[in-house]
Design a protein around this ligand. Structure first.
Ligand code: CP
Ligand code: NVA
Length: 305
């Protein structure tokens, strides 16, 4: 059974197939509609955390492909609280043809995959956000016509989004730089997983504390919130520590003249990104959000089609 839990579980070739499939499904949708390849299929969407893009894009993706999806919020399922992860996985497998889960503890999505008889998709965990990173690769590919050798600079917190971007960049032979405050870098696990993948594919990973160094000559400047879901108690401290990591016009002036600015959203304007940059001529944040839909379709068709 194939699952989509982290980008280290998939080969580079399989991930290129996802990009090609997403390009095809996007074209098909814009040319009048997708074929109903998910007819009679239902996706269970388990949420321990809030969501706009992930929830709506998966649900709309299933519907546009002729299938259906249902949201199961934290008060309904109680993953690992009301019922064990293994029991939930086996029960949902009997009713549905796929499970997408957004969880705190990464082990929960791994546990769902272990016990499920249907494909499990990681819709974000504390450690990874693979659907986001693949949607982002689609956006970068559409913009530049290639992925290899592009310089992607990530500025801010070395969180779940950063970890999946590092893995995606490694697969596609990109030059990935990351600037974080001391103590907020990528996890050792993410770095260890990404390094050999980058080496195999001609990619490079560089870790900095100075955002200006990371952004120098970048083709893509990427940021995300300084306070991820579940870290709300650390807000005051984090806002102080991350203040020098704001993506603003001064920082962006270090990047390539034709660079693009990306953010997975939700954005905290005035914190990790200014209004001027988020709404400026380099920003692709809304096409980036749209591409979540087209990439979710590719992931669904690949796993459940
Ligand atoms: N980028 C993203 O995953 O957005 P949501 O949290 O709204 O799903
Ligand atoms: N790093 C953020 C991403 C939100 C899509 C979080 O985990 O809250």
């Amino acid at each position: 059974m194939k699952h989509f839990i982290t980008l280290s579980d998939w080969s580079t070739k399989e991930l290129w197939n996802l990009i090609d499939l997403a390009v095809h499904l996007k074209f098909e949708w814009k040319s009048g509609g997708n074929r109903p390849v998910m007819h009679g299929k239902v996706l269970a969407m388990v949420f321990e955390k809030p969501s706009l893009r992930t929830r709506v894009s998966f649900e709309v993706a299933m519907k546009q492909l002729g299938g259906d999806a249902m949201r199961l919020g934290p008060d309904e399922i109680g993953l690992g609280k009301r019922e064990s992860v293994s029991d939930i996985a086996r029960v949902l497998s009997a009713y549905t043809q796929g499970i997408m889960a957004r969880v705190f503890n990464h082990d929960h999505v791994v546990g769902l995959a272990k016990w499920s008889d249907v494909p499990v998709i990681n819709g974000l965990s504390d450690a990874h956000h693979p659907c986001q990173a693949m949607g982002d690769m689609l956006t970068i590919y559409e913009h530049f016509g290639r992925l290899e050798r592009l310089k992607l600079a990530y500025v801010g917190d070395g969180n779940n989004v950063a970890a999946s971007l590092a893995l995606a960049a490694a697969h596609f032979g990109m030059h990935f730089t990351i600037a974080t405050p001391e103590g907020y870098g990528l996890s050792e696990d993410a770095l260890e997983d990404a390094a050999p993948i980058a080496e195999r594919n001609g990619g490079k990973i560089e870790v900095y504390n100075d955002p200006h160094k990371a952004v120098e000559g970048a083709d893509i400047v990427y940021t995300d919130t300084w306070v991820s879901m579940g870290q709300e108690k650390e807000t005051e401290q984090r806002l102080k520590i991350f203040d020098p990591y704001q993506v603003n016009d001064t920082l962006l002036s270090r990047a390539n003249k034709y660079s693009i600015v990306m953010h997975c959203l939700p954005a905290h304007r005035g914190q990790e990104i200014t209004d001027e940059v988020a709404d400026g001529s380099h920003s692709v944040i809304f096409p980036q959000a749209e591409n979540r839909l087209h990439m979710q379709k590719a992931i669904l068709v690949e796993l459940m089609g």
